[in-house]
Design a protein around this ligand. Structure first.
Ligand code: MCA
Ligand code: AMP
Length: 505
C-alpha cells in the first residue's frame, strides 16, 4: 500500500469528483476531478523537466489555484515540495537553493533573472516561472494539456519518505531544512480531522499564505484529505474575509488576522453566523483578543499549537472548554512532557521545557544529522518552547527557551539580523529583540553599539537588501554598551524591559 499523501487526497477526490473544491473570489472554481486531472498534466511537465521521486521542487510564487495544482503534482510524482516565502530576498533564496539542490525552481517572473544566475551553482537546476495562469510552467502545462500528456500513476511512497522540506531558522547557524514525511502529513491531517470534527461539509476560508505549515499543511491538507471545499483568498485582507465568511464554515489564522478583523465594524455576530469554527495558531493569542472576539461574535477562537518540525501537537477541544491563554491537551496520538532543569518531568503547574513525541514529528534536518541528534532525546523532540501543564491536562506555552521573535505569525531569529548588522562598518555589536506590537504581536528593535557616526538609515537599507522585509528592525537604538551578566551574556530581558513601549501609540 502506498503512503503517498496524494493517494489519501485522491481517495477523497474520487468520492465526489464533481464537487467544487477550490473557489476563487472572482468566481472561478475547480472541481475534484479538475484538480486530479490538472495535477496529472502538471506531473507530466515536471517529469519531463527531470523531476523524479525524492527530488526537490522549490517554489517561490504568489498564491493562486495553480500553486495548489503544483503542490499536488509534486506529491503525485513522489517529489519533495519546498515552498519559500515570497518576501525572501535574492540572497536568502540563493542559500536555500544551493543547500536543497532542487531539480526545478518555480518562481514569479520578476524573480527569474536572479534564479537563473544560480543555475551554474546548482547542478541540474531548471528555472520555470508561474503566475496566476501565466509563466513558462503554465505555458508548458497548457501545451501538455493540448496534446493529452499526463502522468496518472501516483508514485508509491513509504511512511518515512520525504514529502516536503521547509526551512526554519535556529538560534545559531543558518536556516535548517526540516524534512517532513508523507507519514507526518497524513497523521497530522487525520488527527486534526478527528479533533476539529472536520468533514466534506466544511468550507475553509483560506487566507493564509501557502508557503508555511499553517496555510499548507494545517489548512489546505485538512480540507483536501476530507474532500472539503476551499474558498482560496489571494492573501489575508479583512474586506475579502468579510466577503467570504457567509460562504464558509471554518477559518484559520495567526492572531494578527483576528486583531485586524476586530477593527472592522462589520465583523460581528451576523457576519460570522455561518461559521462553526475559528482557529488560531503560530503565535500566542492574547487572552484580551480571545475575549474581545467572543464578545463581538459569540464564538470562542480555538487556539492550537505546533511547529514546522512537528506540525500540530496540541489543540483546545472542539467540544469542552476552549481555554484562553492555553493551547489545550495533546492531539490524539501525540505525547507531551515537560522537563525541568534537573532533566526530570515537572509536576502540573510548574514550568519546564516542552518535548513532544508522535507520528507527526519530522524525520530530521536536511544534511544535518548532528543538529538533528541534538534536538532529540530518543523519540522525544525538544521543541525549544517553555510550557506548563494544568492538572486537567491543558498545555500553556509560557515562553521560549529559544531566542525567537514571532511577528504577525512569522518567525524571526535575532541572530540572522545581528549577523548582518555586526558585519557593517562602525558597528561593534548588536542585540536584536522583540517587544510588544499592537498589530504584529511582536515588533523588532535593533540595539547597537558602535561609532557615534553610525547611520541608522544606511543600516536599515542594508537589512532591506539582505533580509525579507518582515525581518527588518523598525526601531533603532544606540547604546554605549550592552547589558551583560557575569558570564558575559547579553541580557536581552533587560533590553526588552527598557524598550518594551517602543511600538505603543
Ligand atoms: C508583512 N510585513 C510584516 C509582516 N508581514 N512585518 C512584520 N511582521 C509580519 N508578519 C511588512 C512588510 O515587510 C511590509 O513592510 C509591510 O508589512 C506590508 O507588507 P504586506 O505583505 O502588504 O503585509 P500584510 O499583507 O499586512 O501582511 C501581514 C500578515 C502576513 C497578513 C500578518 O504577514 C501574514 O499573512 N502572516 C501569516 C504568516 C504565517 O502563515 N505564519 C504561519 C507560519 P515594508 O514594505 O516596510 O517591508 S507556520 C507556523 O508558525 C507554525 C507551524 C504554526 O504553529 O502554525
Ligand atoms: P515555526 O517553527 O515557524 O513553525 O514556529 C513554531 C513556533 O511558533 C513554536 O515553537 C512556538 O514558539 C510558536 N507557536 C506556534 N503556535 C503557538 C501558540 N498557539 N502559542 C504560542 N506559541 C506558538
Amino acid at each position: 500500500m502506498s503512503h503517498n499523501l496524494y493517494s489519501v487526497i485522491q481517495r477523497a477526490f474520487h468520492q465526489a469528483p464533481d464537487r467544487s473544491l477550490i473557489t476563487l473570489l472572482d468566481g472561478r472554481h475547480f472541481s475534484a476531478s479538475d484538480l486530479d486531472r490538472d495535477s496529472a498534466i502538471l506531473a507530466s511537465v515536471l517529469s519531463a523537466a527531470g523531476v523524479s521521486a525524492g527530488e526537490r521542487v522549490s517554489v517561490q510564487i504568489e498564491k493562486s489555484w495553480m500553486n495548489v495544482v503544483l503542490y499536488l503534482a509534486v506529491l503525485r510524482i513522489g517529489g519533495v515540495y519546498l515552498p519559500l516565502n515570497t518576501a525572501y530576498t535574492d540572497s536568502e533564496i540563493e542559500y536555500f537553493l544551493t543547500d536543497a539542490e532542487p531539480r526545478v525552481h518555480v518562481c514569479s517572473a520578476n524573480r527569474a533573472a536572479h534564479a537563473e544566475t544560480l543555475v551554474s551553482q546548482v547542478s541540474g537546476l531548471t528555472v520555470m516561472t508561474l503566475g496566476d495562469e501565466s509563466g513558462s510552467l503554465f505555458d508548458a502545462f497548457e501545451a501538455a494539456a493540448g496534446v493529452g500528456s499526463r502522468v496518472d500513476a501516483v508514485v508509491a511512497r513509504e511512511v518515512d519518505d520525504i514529502a516536503s522540506i521547509l526551512y526554519t531558522s535556529g538560534t545559531t547557524g543558518k536556516p535548517k531544512g526540516a524534512m517532513i514525511t508523507h507519514g507526518n502529513l497524513v497523521s497530522n491531517a487525520q488527527m486534526l480531522t478527528e479533533a476539529w470534527g472536520y468533514s466534506s461539509t466544511d468550507t475553509l476560508l483560506h487566507a493564509l499564505p501557502l508557503f508555511h505549515v499553517h496555510g499548507l499543511f494545517v489548512a489546505l491538507n485538512l480540507a483536501l484529505v476530507n474532500g472539503g471545499p476551499v474558498l482560496l483568498l489571494p492573501k489575508f485582507d479583512p474586506a475579502m474575509v468579510l466577503e467570504g465568511l457567509p460562504h464558509s464554515t471554518v477559518m484559520m489564522g495567526v492572531p494578527t488576522y483576528y486583531t485586524r478583523m476586530l477593527t472592522e465594524e462589520a465583523f460581528n455576530r451576523e457576519a460570522t453566523a455561518h461559521m462553526r469554527l475559528f482557529i488560531s495558531g503560530s503565535a500566542p493569542l492574547l487572552v484580551e483578543t480571545s475575549d474581545a472576539f467572543f464578545e463581538r461574535t459569540g464564538q470562542r477562537i480555538l487556539e492550537r499549537y505546533g511547529m514546522t518540525e512537528t506540525g500540530m501537537s496540541c489543540s483546545n477541544p472542539l467540544v469542552g472548554e476552549r481555554r484562553a491563554g492555553a493551547v489545550g491537551p495533546p492531539l490524539p496520538g501525540v505525547a507531551v512532557r515537560i522537563i525541568g532543569e534537573d532533566g526530570n518531568e515537572v509536576p502540573p503547574g510548574e514550568i519546564g521545557a516542552l518535548e513532544v513525541k508522535g507520528a507527526h514529528v519530522f524525520k530530521g534536518y536536511w544534511k544535518l544529522p548532528e543538529k538533528t541528534a541534538a534536538e532529540f532525546k530518543g523519540e522525544w523532540f525538544i521543541t525549544g518552547d517553555m510550557a506548563m501543564l494544568s492538572e486537567d491536562g491543558y498545555v500553556s506555552i509560557v515562553g521560549r527557551g529559544k531566542d525567537l521573535i514571532i511577528s504577525g505569525g512569522l518567525n524571526i531569529y535575532p541572530k540572522e539580523i545581528e549577523d548582518v548588522l555586526n558585519d557593517q562598518p562602525g558597528v561593534v555589536e548588536s542585540a536584536v529583540i522583540g517587544v510588544p506590537h499592537p498589530d504584529f504581536g511582536e515588533g523588532i528593535v535593533a540595539v547597537l553599539v558602535g561609532e557615534a557616526s553610525i547611520d541608522m538609515g544606511q543600516l536599515e537599507a542594508v537589512c532591506r537588501e539582505k533580509l525579507a522585509g518582515f525581518k527588518v528592525p523598525r526601531r533603532w537604538i544606540q547604546l554605549d554598551v550592552l547589558p551583560r551578566n557575569t558570564m558575559g551574556k547579553v541580557q536581552k530581558n533587560l533590553l526588552r524591559d527598557d524598550y518594551n513601549d517602543s511600538f505603543q501609540k
